[in-house]
Structures are given as structure tokens and as C-alpha cells.
Write a protein that binds this ligand. Structure first.
Ligand SMILES: *Cc1c(COP(=O)(O)O)cnc(C)c1O
Length: 393
């Protein structure tokens, strides 16, 4: 059984909830995407850019001092932080610009909250010589001024969004509005395993290289499969990227770590799976954070890349079917995770990835015999150190 089904559903989740004018375009994208899956030239081209430009394969690194600290867990880090631009997002934007080129689109748009997807998109667009416009809430533009500057340096136009809460969800609406108006020449790059079909499956397949490499590397080093996979979950692309290649390995437990922010019982978190309800966001059905009357809530996390009020439909399905477990750690715990990895291994992780790191302490306490874990280190922490100076010491 391979999911999604023909209508883009993962069980009851997924699908396509968009304005009528986009349906034909999504049909077109779906057709092109599925034909490219078996297109040797395309696969060669994508592999080329992943290898020569992004610097894949990334290492699977045995974190010995961290493992000693955790006692019961032997931890391998999948080093997505070593990629060009410093995080896994580049895997996906490279894949999507190549699809855009195949579809003869000359203009790329995207929305961004923290700016990381905007930067990864602007990077890939610059590489391919495509025009690029990024939608970003003005509130976010102020908080993430450095990323706005980066996008502009990379040649992208950053369009300030002044509607609503002036953050990610409003930027998302503006990007979709632009897309509806300019479908002829414009390709919309979505940054996680979310959005209307075929985006969740397309982004998953582009990120699946993480797990394909990790599985091969782990088998080579340990001559068996790992017991656990651990990854942080915002929209869910680095986690699904790691998990997917292990889907049929029933003995491998998968754990997605959401952002509990100021606490799961506060109203300031981004735990769309643990605290969400079924609803429609960003063109597909999933577990989302919404008010009683169906308004999308503003999500919070200390990690800018995790504060998305929804989650990819495949994760909602994994939770419901029991294929993966979902947990959450707070802002405060994530800061501990950042220090822990920095001081045990000399690797400063992104605040997003720090959620996965600190969950290992909880997992280690629950574990009685020795177990092997692969953790997705989705990004490096350089982008966060400025904001952290006041918080940690
Ligand atoms: C954006 C981002 C995330 C969250 O996105 P996912 O789609 O859940 O992977 C996690 N880590 C880093 C470093 C990011 O930039």
C-alpha cells in the first residue's frame, strides 16, 4: 500500500481544498510530478544538485559523548545542519525549482514566516536564474530582519503583508492570492509536507533522501536497523524525510517532537498534532490549531521554524494509525537541548532541532536496555545565537 491514494489522501487527511481556478494547475502539477518520478534525466539532475551544490550525502555521526551522557541510548546524528544554507529546507526547494523549470514557469513565489523557507527558495531561484517573490508578514519582517536582507541579497523581492496578524498565515493567504492571479507563469514553492495534493507527497519525496541515506549509513555501521528515529515537527518535512524510508521497517519506532512552547496547557504552543483538531489549512485537511469558531490560531515556539499552526497530513495519519508517536517539549527544554549538544559534541543545533535533542533525555529515562537512535539534526544554530544571548547566560 502506498499513500497518498489517487485523490491525495492519507486516510482521512490531505486532499485538495483550493479555489476552483487552481484545480487545473494542480492536476497539471500532479501529472508532471508523477511522470518525473520515473524520469531518468530528472532524477540525475536532482541528484547532481543535491551532491554538488547542497553537499549531500550528509554524515551520519555517532555522538559518543552525548550517548555516554544518556547512558541507555547510542545516538547517531543525521547532519542536515552541514548542508548549504544550514538546514534541510534546501533539499525541497532544489527539487521544486527543477519541477518549475520542467513546467516552463519563469516566476517563483513562496511565503515565509521566520524567513528560512524564503531564504532557501531565494537561493534555489537564484541558482536557476528564476524571478522570485516572497510574501512575509510585516511583523515577521521586523523580527527576522536579517533573513529579509538575505533574501534581497539573493535577488528576491520581499512583499510585506499587512493583513490580519501580519504573520505566516496571512502571508500564506497572500501567496495563494498571487498564485491564483498568475498561474500561467508562476510556480508556488511550499516549504513543508503541507498544502494541497500533490505538495505533501512531492515535498516528502524530495526530503526522503534524508532517510534513504541514513538507513544505508546506519546498516553499514551497525549491521542492523535502529530502534528509534527522532525528529522535530513543524510542518513535518525533516521528520517525514527521515521516517519515510523506514515506513515498512516495523521494528523501527518513529517519534515526532512538537513545540510545547510555554506549555501544552497554555495557549502558546505549536503542538498541532497533540492539541489540534481536524480542519482545513493551506489547502488540505489535517490536524490544526483553531478556535471554536474555526479561526486559525497564532502558533508559538521559541523556534521560529516550528511555529506553524498546522502539520502535514501524513503526520496526522501516522499518529492516527499508530505508525509514529508524537510528543512535545517546551521552549525552556529546547534551550537545554541546545546547550546539551553544543557542550557534549561541539555542535550548535538550530532551536528547532534542539527539541529533538532534548527529547532524548526523556527517552533515555524510559529505556531500560541499550537502544540505537537516529536523530535528525535539521539545521545549525548560527541563525539563533543572536536571539539567545539574552536568554541563556
Ligand atoms: C523550518 C525548519 C524546521 C521545521 O520544518 P519541518 O517542515 O517540520 O521540517 C525544522 N528545523 C529547521 C532547522 C528548520 O529550518
Amino acid at each position: 500500500m502506498t499513500l497518498p491514494d489517487k485523490t491525495g489522501h492519507f486516510g482521512e487527511f490531505g486532499g485538495r481544498f483550493v479555489p476552483e481556478t487552481l484545480m487545473a494547475l494542480l492536476d497539471d502539477l500532479e501529472r508532471v510530478f508523477y511522470s518525473l518520478k520515473s524520469d531518468k534525466e530528472f532524477k540525475k539532475e536532482f541528484a547532481f544538485y543535491l551532491r554538488e551544490y547542497a553537499d549531500r550525502p550528509t554524515n551520519l555521526y555517532l555522538a559518543e559523548r552525548l550517548s555516554r551522557h544518556l547512558k541507555t541510548l547510542k545516538v547517531y546524528l543525521k547532519r542536515e545542519d552541514l548542508l548549504h544554507t544550514g538546514a534541510h529546507k534546501i533539499n525541497n526547494t532544489l527539487g521544486q525549482v527543477l519541477v518549475a523549470k520542467r513546467m516552463k514557469k519563469e516566476r517563483i513565489i513562496a511565503e515565509t514566516g521566520a524567513g528560512q523557507h524564503g531564504v532557501a527558495t531565494a537561493t534555489a531561484a537564484a541558482l536557476m536564474g528564476l524571478r522570485c517573490e516572497i510574501y512575509m508578514g510585516v511583523e515577521d519582517m521586523e523580527r527576522q530582519a536579517l533573513n529579509v536582507f538575505r533574501m534581497r541579497l539573493l535577488g528576491a523581492k520581499v512583499n510585506p503583508v499587512t493583513s490580519g496578524s501580519q504573520t505566516l498565515k496571512d502571508a500564506m493567504n497572500e501567496a495563494i492570492r498571487d498564485w491564483v492571479t498568475n498561474v500561467q507563469n508562476t510556480f508556488y514553492i511550499i516549504g513543508s509536507v503541507a498544502g494541497p495534493h500533490p505538495y505533501p507527497v512531492m515535498v516528502r519525496d524530495f526530503q526522503a533522501v534524508i532517510g534513504q541515506e541514513a538507513r544505508r549509513q546506519f546498516l553499514k555501521k551497525e549491521k542492523k536497523l535502529p530502534d528509534y528515529l527522532v525528529a522535530c515537527v513543524g510542518g513535518g518535512s525533516n521528520a517525514m524525510g527521515l521516517f519515510h524510508a523506514f515506513f515498512h521497517d516495523a521494528g523501527v519506532r518513529m517519534i515526532g517532537v512538537e513545540a510545547a512552547g510555554r506549555g501544552l496547557n497554555s495557549d502558546e504552543h505549536s503542538a498541532s498534532i497533540l492539541k489540534g483538531e481536524i480542519g482545513v489549512l493551506h489547502g488540505s485537511k489535517s490536524s490544526i490549531l483553531q478556535t471554536k469558531d474555526g479561526q486559525i490560531k497564532v502558533a508559538h515556539s521559541i523556534a521560529a521554524g516550528l511555529d506553524y499552526p498546522g502539520v502535514g497530513p501524513e503526520h496526522a495519519y501516522y499518529q492516527k494509525s499508530g505508525r509514529a508517536d508524537y510528543v512535545a517539549v517546551t521552549d525552556q527544554e529546547a534551550l537545554e537541548g541546545l546547550k546539551l549538544l553544543s557542550q557534549s559534541e561541539g555542535i550548535i543545533p538550530a532551536l528547532e532541532s534542539s527539541h529533538a535533542v532534548i527529547y532524548l533525555e526523556k527517552l533515555a529515562r524510559k529505556t531500560t536496555s541499550a537502544k540505537n537512535v537516529i536523530v535528525c539534526l535539521s539545521g545549525r544554530g548560527d541563525k539563533d545565537v543572536g536571539a539567545l544571548k539574552d536568554l541563556i547566560y
